[in-house]
Ligand binder design. Structure first.
Ligand code: RNT
Ligand code: ZN
Length: 421
């Protein structure tokens, strides 16, 4: 058990050490407290949802593992989310999918509307959190040959256009009811396994479908759409209709947000380098923080170089006010609640470390071509005691310090998750 007194003592030393280089640790903690993460519901149940839970997960994404205690219904999933949120400092949001509707009779995706998310809104009010939305364009028989909104067949496009329109009503309902803007994130799997002949028409069809979905104007303080591209999916390796360039241009030309999923790029591309190239032109960003291991594997996010590069860019370039940080990973080989906690806390830690830099001084050194100082200071900062500040942040926000949260998970497994048979 880590003692509060030790945490405070270590914090005082850290505070002093940072003050010597002009960094205010209290201010950094204040700043961190303001950053909301959008926690993804689908880590809790391996992307099954409640609408057609027995349908195979399609769209070229996949979950592996069989750890006991998976959430099987709305009450179990919200209980698990509550447990996770109690171990993550600060106040956050949860992002849902059409799949997570709680209906009183069987409904198809295109029939699901705001009334089917009343359960979630009531829960969110209790938790005092906001909700984000994602229309589901996968795990359904009308995903034909991996095509939805860009399908060559009108009846298929029409079905999915309706799903998209309904998701906007749902997202607006979240925004209205919860008093926080709801981000509605669009990702579709459309693409080809092998080399296409026609690369243009699927994209033109996608533009038309999206324009149709977005025809109705909504108050952007309540809901705004974001569009998420990717490089490829399994079984969809040769061509993706919604590529990055496609959605980058779509977002700019239509005034939408652009979603950058950290797992959706070529492994050598630096995701964090995209933000400052987009934001001067665009309305804002949505991030799906993920961890690709050799491919878009959606591993649980950890405190690694890729994550730190992301948070450093956001902080140094003052992009946080225009960026919605969502999580997107799914691992069923470990406790699913722990997965949320690990990924969220890692993201917050990386943000905090980025906030504990003498950014103004470093920018000045750079302006004066003093690259020696820039490199020397950024290297020294890596071994500064930011962990002591993180512990203090957890303490101040009434969540377990260090690995103490794991005891809570073990209790929760014993009392709740492992009892699910
Ligand atoms: C898929 C996208 C998408 C999904 C979720 C479930 O590659 O990343 O965001 O992971 O919508
Ligand atoms: Zn994603």
């Amino acid at each position: 058990m880590i003692k509060d007194k030790n945490v405070n003592d270590a914090y005082q030393l850290a505070k002093q050490k940072y003050a010597e280089i002009g960094v205010d640790t209290d201010a950094a903690m204040e700043e961190l407290k303001k950053v909301k993460l959008s926690i993804h519901s689908w880590q809790g149940d391996d992307v099954h949802g409640f609408v057609n839970p027995n349908h195979e997960l399609t769209g070229g994404i996949g979950v592996s593992g069989n750890y006991p205690g998976i959430a099987r219904n709305p009450d179990e999933l919200t209980a698990d989310l509550h447990e996770a949120l109690s171990l993550i400092p600060g106040s956050h949001k949860v992002q849902l999918h059409t799949l997570y509707a709680v209906t009183n009779k069987k409904k198809d995706f295109n029939e699901i509307g705001p009334e089917d998310f009343a359960y979630w809104v009531d829960w969110a009010k209790e938790e005092k959190i906001g909700l984000d939305m994602n229309p589901t364009f996968f795990s359904h028989p009308l995903v034909k040959e991996n095509f939805t909104l860009a399908s060559p067949e009108k009846y298929i496009r029409d079905f999915w256009i309706e799903v998209g329109k309904k998701s906007r009503e749902i997202s607006k309902y979240f925004g209205q009811e919860l008093g926080q803007r709801s981000i509605n994130n669009f990702w579709i799997p459309d693409g080809f396994k092998d080399n296409p002949i026609d690369k243009e028409n699927p994209r033109l069809r996608l533009i038309n479908s999206l324009d149709e979905i977005f025809k109705q104007k909504y108050d952007e303080n309540q809901t705004i759409e974001s569009v998420e591209g990717k490089l490829f999916g399994t079984g969809i390796e040769s061509y993706t209709v919604g590529s990055h360039l496609f959605y980058n241009n779509y977002a700019i030309s239509r005034g939408k947000l652009w979603t950058i999923d950290a797992g959706h790029w070529h492994p050598t591309e630096d995701v964090s380098d995209k933000f400052s190239a987009f934001l001067p032109f665009g309305k804002g960003l949505m991030l799906h923080i993920s961890r690709p291991v050799r491919w878009d594997s959606d591993h649980v996010v950890i405190f690694d170089e890729a994550l730190v590069r992301i948070t450093r860019s956001l902080v140094r370039d003052q992009e946080l006010s225009h960026t919605n940080i969502g999580l997107d990973f799914f691992d069923a080989t470990i406790n699913r609640v722990a997965a949320w906690v690990i990924g969220a806390r890692a993201t917050q830690k990386a943000l905090l470390q980025a906030m504990l830099e003498p950014i103004k001084q470093l920018k000045q050194a750079e302006l004066e071509y003093d690259f020696t100082t820039r490199l020397a200071i950024t290297e020294e900062l890596k071994s500064y005691p930011f962990g002591a500040v993180w512990d203090e942040f957890c303490l101040q926000n009434n969540v377990p310090v260090g690995s103490n949260w794991l005891n809570d998970i073990h209790q929760y497994e014993k009392n709740v998750q492992f009892k699910r048979k």
